[in-house]
Ligand binder design. Structure first.
Ligand code: URA
Length: 195
């Protein structure tokens, strides 16, 4: 067996790894053109070792279905691979340690479109993966549904920020906006030639 890659070692070196039940890597198709990146696993995700299997996951499934997408068309991952205690917000050092693995996944899957779900994920991409710059980036309310063409670690992607599917549970007013944003996602992925 070869040596464990550095990006896995980095995750295993964090406190949240020692306190979680499962590392939540991702789910969906490794050939997907579109990737969804959430924030961090919650209780259900930690139990099952899969992202978006709880209430927020149900919302995501429904919204994907509305635009004709299923889990086989997409890949879903998170900024953090382990559940933070009590679902608290990710800490900068955790984002720094866990995102090299996410970047590895993005390089392997080579999606054309990345939908960032919520503030942390959106700011991470806007800051081009530079965690120290995340605070200065615009929040999701400002940029949701706006397509941003960018170069991310040598990969040309279209970033489409979306509200976090958990936010919809607490704020039902966001449903209309989410649906509108998903129409934009649909239009983008229907284009035969994405670039
Ligand atoms: N929220 C997230 O951001 N990710 C999950 O996997 C589940 C809930």
């Amino acid at each position: 067996m070869g040596e464990e890659p550095e990006y896995i070692k980095l995750v295993k070196d964090t406190e949240i790894f020692r306190n979680c039940k499962n590392i939540v890597i991702g789910k969906g198709s490794p050939n997907a053109n579109i990737m969804f990146v959430g924030e961090a696993p919650g209780r259900n995700e930690d139990e099952q070792g899969l992202p978006f299997v709880g209430a927020a996951g149900k919302n995501l499934d429904n919204l994907l279905a509305k635009v004709g997408l299923s889990i086989d068309d997409v890949y879903i991952a998170n900024i953090l691979k382990c559940r933070p205690p009590e679902n608290r917000n990710p800490l900068p050092e955790e984002i720094r340690a866990h995102t090299p693995w996410l970047i590895e996944q993005i390089k392997e899957i080579k999606p054309k479109v990345i939908c960032s779900l919520g503030n942390y994920s959106t700011k991470f991409f806007f800051a081009d993966g530079n965690v120290d710059e995340m605070d200065k980036m615009p929040g999701i309310t400002q940029v949701h549904g706006k397509v941003k063409i960018m170069d991310f670690h040598g990969l040309k992607i279209k970033l489409i920020p979306l509200f976090h599917p958990a936010a919809i549970i607490y704020n039902r007013n966001l449903i209309g906006l989410w649906e509108k944003d998903m129409e934009i996602v649909k239009l983008e992925i229907q284009q035969k030639k994405l670039f």
